[in-house]
Design a protein around this ligand. Structure first.
Ligand code: ZN
Ligand code: ZN
Length: 174
């Protein structure tokens, strides 16, 4: 949704609370996309700040599907947004070196882009399907939460591993 901020900059009495839907199907980090499974309504409080600036408070949450770090099972994570922005008059950027926020195009605020970027920053660093997830077997790739595959996952002595590397490299050449 595009929200025109002109009145909020011109009129010192202007203050509104808007209910905004988030319309992106995924959180796109460029190299990976996380599907958005549901979104609550986002509340935008937009106020003239009485100093030539406009203050915006954004609150809401979405549910995002992310793979478990160990076994890759996709699990839902609730990602909340609770952010505050104080925006300079867009015309002031023409004279300054500063760059306007990415979600601003002149006086138009792109709420989907703002929410998307805030969700990106709020994504959890660590995702586990459960605290004691056993992960995938490094030998056969089986999900070890579903049972023991019986593979030998003994980690050899590092000196032995070095010899193993040389052996493997030799085999590749042949
Ligand atoms: Zn897992
Ligand atoms: Zn295995």
């Amino acid at each position: 949704m595009l929200i025109n901020l002109t009145d909020y900059f011109k009129n010192t009495e202007k203050a509104d609370a808007l209910d905004v839907e988030f319309n992106s199907e995924s959180i796109d980090l460029g190299y990976i996309k996380y599907p958005v499974t549901s979104s609550g309504i986002y509340r935008f409080e937009i106020t003239n700040n009485n100093d030539g600036k406009v203050k915006i408070l954004v609150k809401g949450f979405s549910t995002v599907l992310m793979p478990c770090d160990r076994c890759l099972l996709e699990v839902e994570r609730k990602v909340s947004v609770d952010s505050e922005f104080v925006l300079d008059e867009p015309s002031s950027y023409e004279e300054s070196e500063e760059e306007a926020e990415a979600f601003l195009n002149g006086y138009e605020l792109d709420s989907d882009l703002l929410i998307h970027n805030e969700l990106t920053m709020g994504l959890p660093m660590k995702v586990l399907c459960k605290d004691d997830c056993k992960g995938l077997c490094p030998v056969c790739g089986r999900n070890r939460n579903e049972g023991d595959c019986g593979c030998d996952t003994f980690v050899p002595d590092p000196r032995m591993a070095a010899i193993q590397d040389i052996f493997n490299a030799h085999n590749k050449e042949v």
